[in-house]
Write a protein that binds this ligand. Structure first.
Ligand SMILES: CC(C)(COP(=O)(O)OP(=O)(O)OC[C@H]1O[C@@H](n2cnc3c(N)ncnc32)[C@H](O)[C@@H]1OP(=O)(O)O)[C@@H](O)C(=O)NCCC(=O)NCCS
Length: 211
């Protein structure tokens, strides 16, 4: 069977269908603007306040996740899971960063997390992307297509356990050119030091996503 993007079903969409069959009472769809508040609450439940300091969060800073590749799971209309993909660069190579991935505690171990990852990878493949990176546990993400990154190949703008730095090639060989510093897909901007922004930071009311 061929898994060429755009022509036939990719291995990621086959994964997604398989996982989805095991938990057919959930619905999976692309994230909509109205989901933002529910996703913030989900991230707070899943990651707590420490989410804002994570290295993966810093790589996403200032860049919107891609709504064409970011999925939610719902149960009877309630949002119970979310995964986002955001454009980044690894050296000169364009890539996507997967995360945050979160499932409401009451809904864990029902294949929702795996289905969300598989759906987002299938959409990324269909949209012509080549490479997805994440910081996470290999025992969970390995069966979903992620491999550990050789030590020293990629640098991140913050501390990361090298064993948790993972890549999935959507196109065979795509990881070869992904070497160097990983970071935001847009050039860094001058920091905003207006009094309004300083006061928001001081009171912790900066609108942010999870790490
Ligand atoms: C990680 C998370 C998204 C998994 O969601 P989920 O819907 O429960 O996952 P699935 O149902 O697809 O898979 C469950 C299986 O993965 C295992 N698993 C969950 N987290 C794991 C981890 N970090 N490492 C290894 N295995 C893990 C479970 O033990 C379970 O194993 P089993 O099938 O043998 O019982 C969810 O636990 C969560 O939201 N955690 C908090 C946020 C987080 O850590 N996100 C990931 C950041 S990288």
């Amino acid at each position: 069977m061929s898994f060429a993007a755009g022509t036939e079903r990719t291995r990621f969409s086959v994964h997604a269908d398989f996982f989805e069959m095991t938990c057919c009472q959930y619905d999976y769809r692309l994230e909509q603007p109205d989901d933002i508040d529910a996703i913030e609450i989900l991230h707070a439940h899943a990651f707590g306040p420490g989410r804002f300091t994570r290295t993966a969060f810093r790589m996403r800073e200032g860049v919107e996740h891609d709504p064409a590749l970011s999925f939610v799971a719902t149960a009877l209309g309630r949002l119970v899971g979310s995964v986002r993909l955001t454009g980044i660069r690894i050296g000169d190579a364009p890539a996507l960063l997967l995360g945050p991935l979160a499932v409401e505690p009451d809904y864990k171990k029902r294949s929702i997390g795996k289905t969300l990852v598989a759906r987002s990878l299938a959409a990324a493949t269909d949209n012509g992307h080549r490479l997805v990176m994440l910081v996470g546990d290999h025992p969970y993400y390995g069966p979903l297509g992620f491999d550990r990154v050789p030590f020293g190949k990629i640098q991140l703008p913050g501390p990361v356990d090298p064993a948790r730095l993972l890549l999935a090639e959507l196109v065979p060989g795509a990881a070869q050119s992904a070497t160097g510093m990983a970071g935001s897909a847009v050039p860094a901007q001058e920091p905003d030091v207006t009094s309004a922004s300083v006061s928001k930071v001081a009171t912790g009311r900066v609108p942010v996503s999870t790490g």
